[in-house]
Design a protein around this ligand. Structure first.
Ligand code: DGL
Length: 278
């Protein structure tokens, strides 16, 4: 009998989660994955708590229906605004074996490897910043390694990436402006968390404006290392993840549009399927 297809679900509001999936595939090439991008309703960054929660829950339910037992919210905004409610209120309604994890906690837990003086900067969407999830989680999980957290919302960065404006002077202008604001708010910042899936694509521009010596934490690598560790600690979940190296891509947007733009984020061509959420 063929093994059951039980992929790890990777959810994002759109394309950005592909930067996280790329790292998962590299770290865990034998696992099966389903990527779901809610591109038709993206961006989530400026949406209300209620709406981000509703959309994220629909996607998680869909991924469970498709055979996933473990779903990663690869989107910071969804992790900030929906993860806790889903874990506390919704998961108990599903089978006991289902799990949903986010991207904030792994970044927070690894900050000790980056900061030396405890002054941390967060760059994220308006939604992530307003949720205060990073300061709250840093206080809880960074084991006293963080003294001060300063946040800066960068609402223009996602549209710049999505419109392929990475190399334009306009992008330099906005990236410099947001980084200046962040550093002006706390000149002692020695580490910055890129708290949005899209920002690693802006890394060459970000590096131009971040003061020398300031470390930059990209999420993809820390989140994938943390997933590998999680599955080692939870063999009961690991055995519910099938391992044939199959990766499937779904989007709520027209699939031609998704396939065309996805390449920028994952660095290769892919074939996807359109999916409708309720
Ligand atoms: N994926 C989102 C995040 O990481 C960025 C894109 C959006 O606003 O939907 O916050």
């Amino acid at each position: 009998m063929a093994a059951k297809f039980q992929p790890i679900g990777v959810f994002d509001s759109g394309y950005g989660g592909l930067t996280i999936l790329k790292e998962f595939i590299q770290a865990m090439p034998n696992y099966d994955f389903i990527y779901l991008g809610d591109n038709a309703r993206a961006p989530y960054g400026s949406r209300s708590f209620e709406v981000v929660y509703e959309y994220t829950l629909q996607s998680v339910e869909k991924l469970f229906e498709m055979g996933c037992n473990l779903v990663i919210l690869a989107c910071n905004t969804a992790s900030a605004k929906a993860l806790r409610t889903i874990q506390q209120n919704d998961l108990p309604k599903f089978s006991q074996n289902k799990r949903v994890l986010g991207v904030i906690r792994p970044a927070v837990e690894s900050i000790g490897q980056f900061t030396r003086n405890g002054h941390v900067g967060i760059l994220g969407t308006v939604g992530t910043v307003l949720s205060n999830s990073y300061p709250i989680e840093l206080e809880k999980w960074a084991e006293g390694k963080v003294l001060k957290t300063t946040q800066e919302a960068c609402p223009i960065w996602v549209p710049l990436v999505e419109n392929n404006e990475i190399d334009s002077p306009g992008t330099d202008y906005f990236v410099e402006k947001n980084i200046r604001n962040l550093i002006a708010a706390d000149p002692e910042i020695d580490s910055i968390i890129l708290a949005c899936t899209h920002y690693p694509l802006l890394l060459p521009v970000i590096k131009k404006f971040v003061p020398e010596g300031v470390k930059i934490l990209e999420q993809g690598k820390v989140v994938s290392a943390s997933l590998v560790e999680y599955l080692k600690r939870h063999p009961e979940i690991d055995e519910k993840c099938s391992k044939s190296g199959i990766v499937k891509y779904y989007s709520t947007e027209s699939i031609d549009v998704f396939e065309k733009n996805a390449t920028t984020f994952i660095g290769k061509e892919l074939k996807g399927e359109k999916l409708t959420l309720k």
